[in-house]
Design a protein around this ligand. Sequence first.
Ligand code: PDD
Length: 281
Amino acid sequence: MLVYLNGEILPHESARIPVDDRGFLFADGIYEVARVYDGRPFRMDAHLARMADGLRAIRLEAPDLDRLAAVAEELLDRNNLRTGGATIYIQVTRGVAPRKHAFPANVTPTVYVAAKPFQDYPAEYFDAGVAAIRVADTRWARCDIKSVALLPNVLANQAAHEAGAFEAIFVRDGVLIEGSHSNLLGVIDGTLVTYPKCNYILGGITRDVVLDLARQLGIPTREGPIHEDRFADVTELFLSGTTTEVMPITRLDGRPVGDGTVGPITRRLQAAYRELTRSAA
Ligand code: PDD
């Protein structure tokens, strides 16, 4: 596999960053993950726009993001990824400098782009649903920034893994807000409900697409809380994400969600999402 690092395309195993990289020392950087369907990046513009927002938020002067999109295209060609599924990963850090917290002067950002094959999750996950657990949200208050500081997400996902579940759902003030690497949507009284975009969640590109599809299908939507103590009213629950797509949750902490099967609104949105991603990008 070839990757891009700081202006050069080189074999993945040869790509190296210095130990003084601020991404390594401080997690001082922003990343993106985009999905490639049949060789075509899906919603790349939205991913790049979010990356630009994140870079601006941490005051890191953005490299030319359109140039990085072109680099990603080149990697898809050169890694023979124009057929089948793939992901594009982009990471920008504040660069290499002696370890001091404040921004270093005159430092060039570290820029990394990779494109690699992506194996879909097993079909049964989408057909029968997966299990999730709840965890306390111990993250900082800028979860809207797609920062590489993912330790709480790592610990949450590991807890899910150890519990035999697919995802961990962060709970803040009694509200189920999002997964460790996905957004959360539920159905209450026939309305699709998801936590509003704000500083406590990552504004998912997939979440936006799913909300659009719901509106097109005439499914009522509301951006609002799903309270854990109103779990009995939640008839359907699912995750959305670049790699997760539309993934039904049928058990939460061992309790069935609704009747414990994948619900009709989830099925319709899954079908619409599949149609969209598997036809035109
Ligand atoms: N994760 N929330 C969090 C905390 C995420 O990390 C992600 C994506 C999402 C969904 O966003 P999107 O629909 O734009 O992928 C929500 C990526 C895929 C990852 O870290 O691998």
